[in-house]
Write a protein that binds this ligand. Sequence first.
Ligand SMILES: CC(C)(COP(=O)(O)OP(=O)(O)OC[C@H]1O[C@@H](n2cnc3c(N)ncnc32)[C@H](O)[C@@H]1OP(=O)(O)O)[C@@H](O)C(=O)NCCC(=O)NCCS
Length: 177
Amino acid sequence: MDDAAPTDTQHIIPLDQVDQSMVEQLLDRAFGPDRHARTAYRIRLGMDWLPALSFAAVDDQEMLVGTIQLWPVALTDAEERAHPMIMVGPVAVLPERQSEGYGQALMLASLSALGPNPALPQMLIGDPEYYSRFFGFSADYTSEWRCPGPWEPERLLVRCANPVILPKQGILGPWRG
Ligand SMILES: CC(C)(COP(=O)(O)OP(=O)(O)OC[C@H]1O[C@@H](n2cnc3c(N)ncnc32)[C@H](O)[C@@H]1OP(=O)(O)O)[C@@H](O)C(=O)NCCC(=O)NCCS
């Protein structure tokens, strides 16, 4: 993994310290205003993001540049057993500030907050070229997982210290406890 520690010009702060309307504006700019129809939103429908694991990136001028939100979700298997997981994302960086390291710094903040041996697998829908390369996410174990909406199998990724614990099949959805 490349070293993506925040630089002198990147500041990572808890997301709950940021005006939430600014977060929504940033997400609209990164993903477009139709982002709510995405399958990723359906997987975590009705959930609140996890404050201890969600962060914002601001620059030296205290301008909001990027955000990351993590959510409680579950993969429910054929026997109706819910296997809790952490959903990572959206990770969003303002279009004009991309490729400055903010995305990696945000990911590193959230993955570090999970601790060195996270109890729960982390999943996301995203570009494998980015999330495999820097953070060890893989589509190798998700080929028989389903989502509550359209998805591209190569973009359904999971990161888990011990993949043997992962259910082979199931459908992703919100964590209902
Ligand atoms: C994807 C995203 C979060 C990456 O953040 P970033 O701050 O731009 O990227 P970083 O500075 O951390 O990393 C830059 C490196 O990652 C690569 N990279 C960035 N986005 C990539 C992507 N979608 N796929 C593959 N590689 C990517 C860059 O080419 C660069 O590689 P290099 O160092 O070899 O030149 C950001 O580009 C973004 O917000 N995109 C739009 C929203 C999105 O698609 N989010 C992800 C899905 S949840």
